[in-house]
Design a protein around this ligand. Structure first.
Ligand SMILES: [Ca+2]
Length: 509
């Protein structure tokens, strides 16, 4: 019997689609990922279903929309039913050895918990400050004698041109650690008889922007194309949750160009550093003779708006937040090329299992794009739309609301019918076709013409000339909300008494 394919699943954190050389960037140097892309099905219209870590990662790992897996904000715990649907569990059931290195972002954020979700082995680094006491990377730094006394391993040097130059040396940096640990697991897993599933999860290029040399000075001479400046009045055209998000802490929509340019340079350097690690990992795969037997995925959990729209981080439905790189290599099976079909992270679990030759573990909410990229003949239905959904926790936690002065507190407890600590969720949904994007917030809307306004700067939801389009998108969004989780809402089989002996028969599969 043919041996099952290994899976090396590499994820970066907060990496925009357009910040890889293979995806059109002239500034960012990613020669190794570019080579991987050329050998892969490289998806140019792949969208995540939530623009924030945990909701997005859970969707990758369950094939379910955030409202269904219910991890809508970071550091929420998983339902037992959701734990049972995680990708690593399915691989385990198929006889795989499973391991992870780097960021998982589960709650509790400890390795012991991660190992109870279907991983045989792993080293964790969630990197959120509060989680450092659980971090295997932080412990490794201490053992190396490289942990700063105050624990601030993300500190920057004041004596360098790039103000985001890390105090830590490259060899002690978390990106380097993640690459090295990935390769140590790869060595171990390659010696076993069973196939493996290895999740390699980089914390970077997530902000804060510190990056070690030589990557910090790599772009000292690079001219940075700055995002369009927005006046404060711009935010009046947006839903209240977005406006609040943009103006928290007084807003940094008018950040000086020079400071912003250094953030871009540091971000680009951090991506090149990941490129080196990914390259070394792929080299090892070749040395171990595993290239042809291993499916390699490279992607990100969401993007970064990088001060476009006067905003920072992610947490929005703008393409810079929800459009991410996704590529998959499997020599001899996946046909390399650029695939511009609209695809979602809900599609990944079922597609990956199809390519591995397994029956999908359950009916997920996404599609199966394996037929598109493998020539297997498996039916493939192109999506007309992609969807996302979002809660913006930052607008209701920790800091006073800039519009009302209201302070909600920093915990995430949901109060029935009242939202978080009595402040209503600014929950929102997105539907996007090739030409149009429509976002619905409770009672507020956005509509963008992506062909004529690709930067999404003009919200036309209130423009009567586009009322028909707006209503059509709203209907399509509602249709999707009603139908996407039908299988989760309706029992899968109908049993009736079959014969005189009173045995129960199942007539609907
Ligand atoms: Ca993230």
């Amino acid at each position: 019997m043919q041996k099952k394919a290994n899976v090396l699943f590499i994820m970066a954190d907060q990496l925009r689609y357009d910040c890889l050389g293979c995806n059109g960037s002239q500034a960012v140097k990613t020669p190794r990922i570019d080579r991987l892309a050329a050998e892969s099905a490289n998806f140019s219209s792949f969208f995540v279903q939530a623009p924030v870590c945990v909701p997005s990662r859970q969707t990758f790992f369950t094939g379910m929309y955030p409202r269904s897996h219910k991890n809508r904000v970071n550091y929420t715990s998983m339902d037992r039913d959701i734990e049972n649907r995680l990708m690593q569990r399915h691989f385990k059931r198929e006889g795989y050895n499973t391991a992870f290195a780097g960021k998982l972002h589960y709650f509790p954020p400890a390795r012991e918990y991660a190992l109870s979700t279907g991983f045989d082995d792993g080293l964790i680094h969630d990197g959120a400050g509060e989680t450092d006491k659980y971090s295997d990377y932080a412990e490794w730094l201490r053992q190396k004698g490289a942990m700063p006394e105050d624990g601030s391993y993300r500190a920057c040097r004041a004596d360098k041109l790039n103000p985001y130059t890390a105090v830590l040396e490259d060899k002690y940096h978390e990106t380097t650690w993640c690459g090295e640990k990935t390769r140590e697991f790869l060595q171990k897993l390659s010696k076993k008889d069973e196939p493996f599933f290895l999740f390699s999860s980089y914390w970077k290029p997530h902000s804060s922007f510190e990056v070690p040399e030589p990557w910090a000075s790599m772009h000292n001479e690079t001219e940075i194309k700055m995002p369009e400046k927005v006046p404060k009045e711009y935010f009046d055209s947006l839903p209240r949750a977005l406006k609040t998000f943009a103006l928290r802490d007084g807003g940094d929509y008018n950040m000086p160009d020079e400071e912003l340019a250094w953030q871009y340079r540091a971000y680009y350097g951090a991506i090149s550093q990941i490129d080196r690690e990914v390259g070394q990992t792929l080299d090892l795969l070749d040395e171990l003779g595993l290239r042809d037997d291993t499916i390699v995925i490279f992607c990100s959990d969401h993007g970064d708006v990088m001060r476009e729209h006067g905003m920072t981080g992610k947490n929005t439905f703008f393409d810079s937040s929800v459009h991410v790189p996704f590529m998959i290599r499997y020599p001899g099976t996946v046909v390399p090329g650029v695939y511009d079909q609209l695809t979602e992270s809900t599609d990944v679990l079922e597609s990956l299992f199809s390519i591995c030759g397994f029956k999908p573990p359950y009916s997920g909410q996404g599609g199966d794009f394996s037929g598109l990229i493998t020539g297997s003949g498996k039916p493939y239905a192109e999506r007309e739309y992609v969807f996302a959904e979002n809660i913006i926790p930052e607008v209701i936690t920790g800091k006073p609301d800039p519009l009302t002065g209201e302070r909600a507190g920093k915990d995430f407890y949901f109060v029935k019918n009242r939202g978080i600590k009595g402040v209503r969720h600014p929950d929102a949904k997105m539907i996007r076709s090739r030409k149009w994007k429509y976002n619905y917030y409770a009672g507020e809307e956005e509509l963008y013409d992506l062909e004529n306004d690709p930067e999404e700067m003009r919200n036309m939801a209130a423009d009567p000339r586009f009322a028909d389009i707006r209503d059509k998108m709203k209907t399509e969004l509602l249709n999707r909300l009603v139908t996407a989780d039908e299988t989760g809402q309706i029992a899968p089989a109908w049993y009736i008494v079959k014969d005189e002996r009173g045995e129960w028969g199942n007539f609907i599969i």
